[in-house]
Write a protein that binds this ligand. Structure first.
Ligand code: ZN
Length: 78
């Protein structure tokens, strides 16, 4: 019983795979949601082809108003 590997518990499954996603941020309440789409793979391929880069991740941002803020806004506009 000599657990020598107690200190070096690696995280084997959690590799740093960066998933392509859009952060959608609400300008009203500041909530952030993540949006993923298979289109990112297409964009990434195109970027890689055009620039010659090895693209790790495609990150885009979007801002707007979330559903509850939109409801609140339209309620206030009466
Ligand atoms: Zn909001």
């Amino acid at each position: 019983m000599g657990p020598t590997e107690t200190g070096k518990t690696a995280y084997p499954a959690k590799q740093q795979t960066r998933t392509d996603r859009i952060h959608v941020e609400c300008l009203g309440c500041g909530r952030v949601e993540e949006f993923a789409s298979p289109l990112f793979a297409v964009v990434r391929d195109e970027i890689a082809r055009t620039t010659g880069y090895s693209i790790q991740a495609v990150r885009l941002g979007a801002t707007g108003h979330c559903r509850s803020c939109r409801i609140r806004q339209s309620a206030n506009q009466h």
